[in-house]
Design a binder for this molecule. Structure first.
Ligand SMILES: *Cc1c(COP(=O)(O)O)cnc(C)c1O
Length: 382
């Protein structure tokens, strides 16, 4: 069992709320994605583990899969440093934006930087020179996201500057889709065309092209032209399809089951509203159980009176406002006992609650549901 929160010591507590992560399922998903992309030709795969591996546990997921990945992708410097400290020696690329003072830390820990402007690149070159080391970078090209990255129409300036750096090895060049999961692929295709033009620079200059990559999960499922030399599936690796617009046909399965236990049972009389704000009451006596999980764990308050949980292989509605640390469930006339297992996310024998269900209840996307499950919820690896 791995705990990320120093305030919870698993050696002398057994928290009643936990998340089980099936590392075997993640490896299977990785292989299924690999099969899908190698149907065309050999393409590398980046293991996307940013944001605590989409809630599944940064260190454990990386350790369990890095031997079959070509490269590891994180968002911030600290994620990369933690992986290095844990002994991961696969190439690690940090994809998020950086500020100048961080650069020596990247070089010290042998982390690949994303260079998104000529200025930043020369800062990296200077820092490497000053340290007597070489820096490794991927050039970050903005083809239509308007986030970090040099605009596609200025990319040649960055590509030319890269050739002139003495202490920087440019190993890659990449871009990111804004709309590969949308119904209409027109914008994604425009981004793809822009990136292809950026890559034409290397042909024109008769230079070898660094590893080019662009495809996220949605593009991987819909735009084989976007594979280039490597793909970067995130959500799909965790067994979830990014939107209803993408084909869900490669057989990946979710790897996380979020569980809790019944800690209280009571019969609530008619006209006795439940929880803060008295947002729910029954007109007949009902059995209501208390579950020790709440928005303080990442179980969104916006799901109040909308979500369901599985107790003893049956779905029951959550009732009343979700509290920070607890929520209530109406089991009507069913029985449930102290300590009975509750499935918040995942499957029992005949019922299932998906990340997509929770995303609908919380009016958000599956990405946020997974990454919101926070450090107070111990991860248990199976
Ligand atoms: C998060 C991320 C991905 C993965 O996206 P998914 O939609 O989860 O597949 C790929 N590339 C970059 C730059 C990212 O930030």
């Amino acid at each position: 069992m791995a705990i990320f929160d120093p305030t919870i010591d698993s050696s002398d507590t057994i928290r009643a709320t936990w998340a089980e992560v099936d590392l075997g399922a993640l490896r299977r998903n990785f292989r299924l994605i690999r099969e899908k992309i190698s149907a065309a030709r050999h393409v590398g795969m980046m293991l996307m583990v940013k944001a605590n591996a989409y809630g599944h546990g940064l260190v454990e997921v990386t350790k369990a899969l890095s031997d079959i990945a070509d490269c590891v992708g994180v968002a911030v410097l600290e994620e990369g440093v933690l992986l290095r400290r844990e002994g991961v020696n696969t190439p690690i690329i940090v994809m998020g934006g950086i500020w100048g003072d961080q650069i020596p830390h990247f070089i010290k820990h042998d982390l690949i930087l994303s260079a998104s402007s000529v200025d930043r690149l020369s800062q990296i070159d200077d820092a490497a020179k000053a340290m007597g080391r070489r820096a490794t970078v991927h050039l970050k090209i903005d083809t239509g996201m308007e986030r970090g990255g040099i605009h596609y129409f200025n990319a040649h300036k960055l590509q030319e500057a890269a050739i002139k750096c003495d202490s920087v090895d440019v190993l890659g060049v990449y871009s990111h889709f804004a709309n590969a999961d949308a119904e209409d692929l027109a914008h994604a295709k425009l981004q793809l065309e822009r990136f292809q033009e950026v890559l034409a620079f290397y042909e024109k200059m008769s230079r070898p092209r660094p590893t080019a990559h662009m495809a996220n999960s949605a593009a991987l499922l819909r735009l084989p032209e976007s594979y280039f030399d490597m793909v970067r599936p995130g959500l799909l690796l965790y067994g979830i399809y990014p939107s209803p617009n993408v084909p869900n046909n490669i057989g990946v399965s979710p790897a996380m089951t979020w569980k809790s236990r019944v800690v209280y049972f009571k019969v609530v009389p008619p006209d006795h509203p439940v929880s803060y704000g008295s947002t729910w009451k029954s007109d007949h006596p009902v059995r209501v159980v208390t579950i020790p999980v709440g928005y303080g764990d990442g179980y969104f308050r916006s799901m109040s009176n909308r979500s369901q949980v599985i107790i003893n292989d049956r779905k029951h509605p959550q009732v009343g406002t979700i509290c920070m640390d607890q929520l209530m469930v109406n089991i009507e006339c069913d029985s449930a006992y102290n300590g009975d297992e509750v499935i918040l996310l995942g499957s029992s024998e005949s019922e299932s609650i998906t990340v997509e269900d929770m995303a609908v209840w919380a009016n958000t996307v599956p990405y946020e549901v997974l990454t919101a499950i926070n450090a107070r919820v111990p991860r248990v690896y199976i």
